[in-house]
Design a protein around this ligand. Structure first.
Ligand code: GDD
Ligand code: MN
Length: 381
């Protein structure tokens, strides 16, 4: 990462953290090719923040265009320090950039906002004031509270997606997101000392979600805001970003082994669909039901493997090659089946259990063994 600082006009460049003041704010702005927006953003910050609150601005930039140069030029006219951290190897996308910015922040408060002017800079002092007043560790600028709106969310499709994602997310984390009407917002203030950046695992756009769920702030406040239209250019969000969001949700929800086991079980249950479909097709083609069962079962195993790889253990795959993981996974899945019958027999004949309860206990036992085996032998932590 290269970092450069630009101080006030005529002054030597200063490192952001050295000019920090208590009660002041570091505005963190993630940027990806925003050369048409950053000068106007700095102009509007200059207009509405420093007269009410001492500030510095830290851009964390992953651009491939001339955004850093434009920022440096525009910073000449700013009465506050402006820092550009340009990342050569962007990790974690937007969220990763924000975490880098929080690490570099030198003020008591950090306000995170987009670089495309969808978030009004005039609200920055208000967010900090709300945090001081409450007092709260996290203040969310919300589109979905009284007085807020999503005017800049173009098109019914995006509004529907945003609403559905918000609903899903809130139902997955009812306790942690209590009191947050807009957990998807990219505009918020957080007390610097309440954040432990090394505990965060940002993945894409929803960094507020990461802070609210994994960060466990003890008190949260909200301020309404009107989501504006983009000043220039286009949203950088893609379909890949949607898939990343899904993985982020699963990762957050399955941070404990117990939650991971439940997810593993749900994925396993969903495998019945391809399994039964396969069985239907193969027997319809005239195959004897025994080989059909065996083949169809492998279809279910493959389905489970794909989902487990994509969702549950996505960032725990690096230790083994994919065919090694697939082989081990299939071995464990089939061992589960092969083990079940002798286990039931053992429970019935040695322990005198009824067939039904023996089957239930055997199912649970092999499932737990399979989960523990998959965690330990296929995906190392
Ligand atoms: N450094 C860095 N790296 N910045 C990025 C990256 C990245 O990979 N991707 C996007 N950005 C920057 C953009 O340059 C912009 O300043 C800001 O992050 C938001 O990106 P947009 O592409 O404009 O996002 P959006 O308008 O679709 O989504 C915004 O609103 C959503 C609510 O509807 C974001 O704030 C989302 O977090 C928010 O959920
Ligand atoms: Mn935007």
């Amino acid at each position: 990462m290269s970092s450069e600082s630009t101080g006030e006009l005529g002054e030597p460049a200063v490192r952001a953290a050295e000019v920090a003041e208590p009660g002041a704010v570091t505005i963190v702005v993630p940027t990806f090719n925003e050369s048409e927006n950053v000068a106007e953003l700095l102009r509007r910050i200059t207009e509405s923040v420093p007269s009410r609150l001492p500030c510095e601005v830290v851009f964390v930039d992953d651009s491939t265009d001339d955004t850093p140069d434009v920022i440096h030029r525009a910073a000449q006219d700013c009465p506050f320090p402006v820092t550009v951290l340009h990342r050569e190897e962007p990790e974690g996308g937007l969220g990763g950039a924000v975490v880098e910015g929080i690490k570099a922040a030198g003020c008591d408060w950090v306000v995170v906002m987009d670089g495309d002017l969808q978030h009004p800079p005039s609200l920055v002092p208000e967010l900090v004031a709300a945090g001081e007043r409450t007092p709260a560790a996290l203040v969310v600028a919300s589109r979905y509270t009284r007085g807020g709106s999503r005017a800049g969310l173009a098109g019914g499709y995006r509004v529907a997606v945003s609403r559905a994602a918000t609903w899903l997310t809130k139902s997955l984390f009812p306790r942690r997101l209590h009191g947050i009407s807009d957990p998807m917002s990219g505009f918020f203030a957080v007390r610097r000392r309440s954040v432990a950046p090394e505990t965060l695992r940002p993945l894409g756009y929803k960094i507020l979600l990461e802070l609210a769920v994994r960060g466990r702030p003890n008190r949260v406040a909200e301020v309404p805001f009107v989501f504006q239209d983009r000043h220039a250019g286009e949203s950088k969000s893609t379909a890949a970003e949607g898939r990343r969001f899904l993985r982020h949700l699963v990762g957050l929800r399955t941070s404990s082994p117990a939650a991971r086991m439940v997810a593993f079980g749900l994925i396993g249950a969903s495998g019945f669909v391809p399994n039964l479909l396969g069985l239907y097709v193969l027997t319809a083609l005239g195959l004897h039901y025994v080989p059909a069962e065996i083949a169809a079962n492998q279809l279910g195993v493959a389905w489970n493997f794909l989902l487990v790889e994509r969702l549950l253990f996505h960032d725990r795959r690096a230790h083994r090659r994919w065919w090694d993981r697939a082989g081990r996974f299939a071995l464990l899945a089939n061992a589960d089946l092969v083990l079940r019958i002798p286990l039931i027999a053992l429970f019935v004949h040695r322990l005198g259990m009824g067939t039904l309860s023996a089957t239930a206990v055997a199912l649970v036992t092999t499932f737990v063994l399979r989960f523990v085996g998959t965690e330990a032998l296929v995906y190392l932590p």
